[in-house]
Design a protein around this ligand. Structure first.
Ligand code: AMP
Ligand code: MG
Length: 315
């Protein structure tokens, strides 16, 4: 059921008694449960039908919580990142302490941490004495939810807290400190690769690496619509049929009810915010049988958006 901010006291009680709630974050909506207990974590995996090898991100309220949950000392580069981007759409992976159960991290000795920026998520965290594990609130592999309705259409959760449309609309950028002296980019996300590169010299892009366990869960097939999606490099020879949907970007010679422009001005931030909601619209549009998506320039947030589209195409 979709509920408003007034129901936060009930949500807090529900989370304290090991229940789950879908909560707004600035990236996408998350399916949250107590990160320190096995039972809610197992319920998250079950409800999402998520494979157990795909670890969860742990959401903390304050950077000082890392003293309890991450092995000290924290690498200097990780501290630089948390100072600049927390609260916000950056996740860091660090060696974990025993307080974080192994089910959260799929048995890995590392845990992914983030402080979310959404005021309602923060309000809830402040009333809890445990952090929240919260993967995206969608069935595994499907398009991530960027508003409360997307969650309600696809998951049966007792509480879905409406916090408006997600500000960024793309998942967090993940940086791993899982090998001594190295910083690894594990997932493209809401903070562009180039920005992090400036702050962390020597950042290694591991996003296309198949090497487990560094990027578990970064499966080829993901973020997929139920309708078939085809990625196109350019629109030169593209002819749109009445039953085709088109996702495009920037100034293009196409308009109409089946054309969804991520940003007519070519603004990557606007495009990121629109991506998943337009995929949801196209997937539920009764007149459309298949979806074509124009590849974005592979720079800045264009990389994160292309990554989602490429995985959606592989389904
Ligand atoms: P999400 O499903 O958006 O919450 O993202 C979770 C993703 O974060 C996983 O699919 C992994 O790619 C990454 N992740 C989470 N925990 C870890 C970890 N302990 N080590 C490496 N990557 C992780
Ligand atoms: Mg997800």
């Amino acid at each position: 059921m979709i509920v408003s901010e007034k129901e936060i006291p009930k949500i807090v009680e529900h989370l304290k008694s090991q229940g789950l709630a879908a909560l707004p974050t600035e990236t996408v909506y998350g399916l949250a449960g107590n990160a320190l207990k096995e039972e809610p974590i197992l319920s998250i995996f079950k409800l999402k039908n998520r494979p157990k090898f795909d670890p969860l991100i742990v959401h903390i309220k304050d950077v000082s919580e890392l003293n309890k949950y991450a092995i000290q000392p924290i690498p200097k580069a990780a501290s630089l990142l948390t100072q600049k981007y927390w609260p916000g759409p950056l996740t860091i992976v660090l060696p974990k302490t025993a307080l974080i159960p192994d089910v959260v991290t799929s048995g890995l000795p590392f845990c992914a941490f983030r402080i979310p920026q959404h005021p309602l998520f923060q309000k809830i965290l402040r009333q809890l004495d445990f952090p929240l594990a919260a993967p995206s609130a969608n069935p595994f592999g499907y398009v991530s939810p960027t508003n409360a309705k997307h969650v309600a259409m696809n998951l049966d959760v007792p509480f879905i807290l409406d916090g408006g449309p997600a500000k960024h609309g793309l998942e967090s950028t993940i940086i791993g400190f899982v090998e001594k002296g190295k910083a690894l980019l594990l997932r493209h996300g809401s903070i562009p690769h180039e920005e992090i590169d400036k702050l962390v010299p020597g950042l290694l892009d591991e996003t296309s690496s198949k090497k487990s366990p560094q990027s578990p869960g970064q499966l080829d097939k993901h973020y997929a619509t139920r309708k078939k999606l085809y990625l196109i490099e350019d629109l030169k020879s593209f002819k749109i049929k009445e039953t085709d949907g088109l996702i495009c970007f920037g100034h293009v010679p196409y308009q109409g009810k089946n054309v969804f422009n991520l940003s007519t001005n070519g603004d990557f931030i606007e495009a990121g915010k629109n991506l998943f909601s337009m995929l949801h619209l196209l997937d539920n549009h009764s007149g459309i049988n298949q979806i074509f998506a124009l590849k974005l320039p592979n720079i800045g947030l264009g990389k994160a958006i292309n990554d989602r589209l490429e995985r959606a195409e592989k389904n």
